[in-house]
Design a binder for this molecule. Structure first.
Ligand code: FES
Length: 73
């Protein structure tokens, strides 16, 4: 089993479990030490606390078109 696991929620965030380093677009580390080893990353675009999920996906009725694309076309 991998040290880091990423689970795609069908109507919500990417749930990342395990020891990670999260960086912003400038390469600055974002502290995730207070998140208990699990980070939920927004993929609906609606969160006001990006890159983290704040639950807005439920309010806006986010539904992913597909759970995962396994091969680029
Ligand atoms: S996935 Fe939860 S707020 Fe975007």
């Amino acid at each position: 089993m991998a040290d880091v696991e990423i689970t795609i929620r069908p109507t919500g965030p990417y749930v990342v479990t395990g020891p990670i380093v999260l960086r912003d677009g400038q390469g600055n580390e974002i502290d995730v030490s207070d998140r208990g080893g699990t980070v939920k990353l927004c993929r609906c675009g609606g969160s006001t606390t990006k890159p983290f999920c704040d639950g807005t996906h439920s309010a806006i009725g986010f539904m992913a078109a597909t759970s995962a694309v396994t091969k680029a076309e």
